[in-house]
Design a protein around this ligand. Structure first.
Ligand SMILES: [Zn+2]
Length: 129
């Protein structure tokens, strides 16, 4: 364990981009096993690149790549997060989209039928919470 700590000193380690790359590689690997064996090399190349980033000592550059990755995928992440909120809500709140302007609206859970007024366009609609 001490050896590993010393070895990793000054190295970049794991981030969201490397983690995503490994997940993608895993999916490609599964597809390659089922359909197209040649894709296995592609998956391997992605894994090698993820490990290269993991052990890299150029931390500034790796952080820059990760920041770029996060900013590019942010709209998609927000969409997924909003979808999850609309379906499941949280422990205390439910989420609805305004039927007129599509604004996300948060209302308390377990209040029965309530009239919701959109904070943006003032459209009123009734939902069960
Ligand atoms: Zn609205």
């Amino acid at each position: 364990m001490n050896f590993f700590k010393r070895f990793m000193h000054g190295r970049y380690g794991m981030d969201q981009l490397s983690f995503t790359l490994l997940i993608i590689a895993l999916i490609i690997l599964i597809i390659s096993r089922l359909l197209l064996p040649i894709l296995g090399y592609f998956a391997l190349a992605i894994v090698v690149y993820a490990y290269y980033r993991f052990f890299s000592k150029d931390i500034k550059k790796r952080q820059g790549e990760n920041m770029k990755f996060l900013s590019v995928t942010k709209p998609m992440q927000m969409k997924i997060k909003n979808k999850r909120l609309l379906i499941f809500g949280t422990k205390t709140h439910k989420y609805y989209k305004c039927p007129k302007c599509k604004q996300m609206l948060r209302v308390p859970k377990n209040k029965g039928l309530i009239q919701i007024t959109c904070s943006r366009c003032k459209k009123e609609f009734i939902k069960k919470t």
